[in-house]
Design a protein around this ligand. Sequence first.
Ligand SMILES: Nc1ncnc2c1ncn2[C@@H]1O[C@H](COP(=O)(O)OP(=O)(O)OP(=O)(O)O)[C@@H](O)[C@H]1O
Length: 328
Amino acid sequence: MMDTLKSPEVILSVKNMVKDFPTGQSNSKKKMMRAVNEVSFDLCKGEALAIVGESGSGKSTGARILSRIYDKTAGEIMFKGQPLDEYVKEHGSLDYARQVQMIFQDPFGSLNPVHSIFHHIARPLLIHKRANKENLEKVVYGLLELVGLQPAVETAEKYPHELSGGQRQRVAIARALAVDPEVILADEPISMLDVSVRLGILNLMSDLKDKHGISFMYITHDIATARYFAEKTAVMYVGHMVEWGSSDNVTQTPQHPYTQLLLSAVPEAGKSGRRELDAKKGEIPLWKPDSKGCPFAMRCPRVLDKCSDSFPAITQIADDHFIRCFNI
Ligand SMILES: Nc1ncnc2c1ncn2[C@@H]1O[C@H](COP(=O)(O)OP(=O)(O)OP(=O)(O)O)[C@@H](O)[C@H]1O
């Protein structure tokens, strides 16, 4: 008899998310730009979804909507099976903020230079009632140890400027963990760190995912680290998801010309040279609510006439592999 495969628990589900920003003083439709367009994905328990794309592709805007820093313009966000607005009404914004934590690119900017590391970790523990005066020290030291900051007592006494970039990012992760989150939205968490410590942070996040069941949305420019860290990858171009699915499918058999372009820039071990893709040096378009077509058309080496008329529908090309491109 076959085992019944349990489907993974979806924690965050996003459907057709849109975000427009005013480009000037006016809020009229003509003066808006569309930073995120028709973005849909599911984030499952204990899984990492990498959102990959160049600067300005809408990655951070998406994460900021999920952390409720920005409102969405349109679309649906479900958290644990309930529309996000309803969830927040029922459980409160503090509860959602506890469960969906964000860590940022600049670990120095996100820590307060006047406070000790102990204070940074103790504060969320007390606000969210995860510790009390009796067990506070033990919990703080335990979290510092969990993120590999040892000796914990010594580290707790330090101030942010006394730590390296990698150590500061570990403090930011410990602070996020202090409130026992379900989801961590990690916005370029390693891009400002020395190359030598990047892998350590990715491995720490992998451990938190695998051993503690935390789900990660991992925002990055670097498709190679997406492949290393995340089970799922979504490639974005100018606010649009153009290819997504399991990271293996997306990175080993990329079908969209933009994904192929990103991968052609990644040097591969054991292979001489790089795969060539003749991407035209087109302008990156400013997308507006009434813009039409595929945003990559101007740079696409395989552009067709119809690419400037409409954005292609979703095509499933394999189990857990999807693309929006006419040219497949
Ligand atoms: N608060 C804002 N007001 C107006 N426009 C914004 C705002 N935030 C982002 N944008 C615009 O939205 C688009 C997407 O920006 P976003 O920061 O989400 O991209 P990104 O892919 O995260 O880029 P990066 O990797 O550089 O952080 C950009 O054109 C940006 O200028």
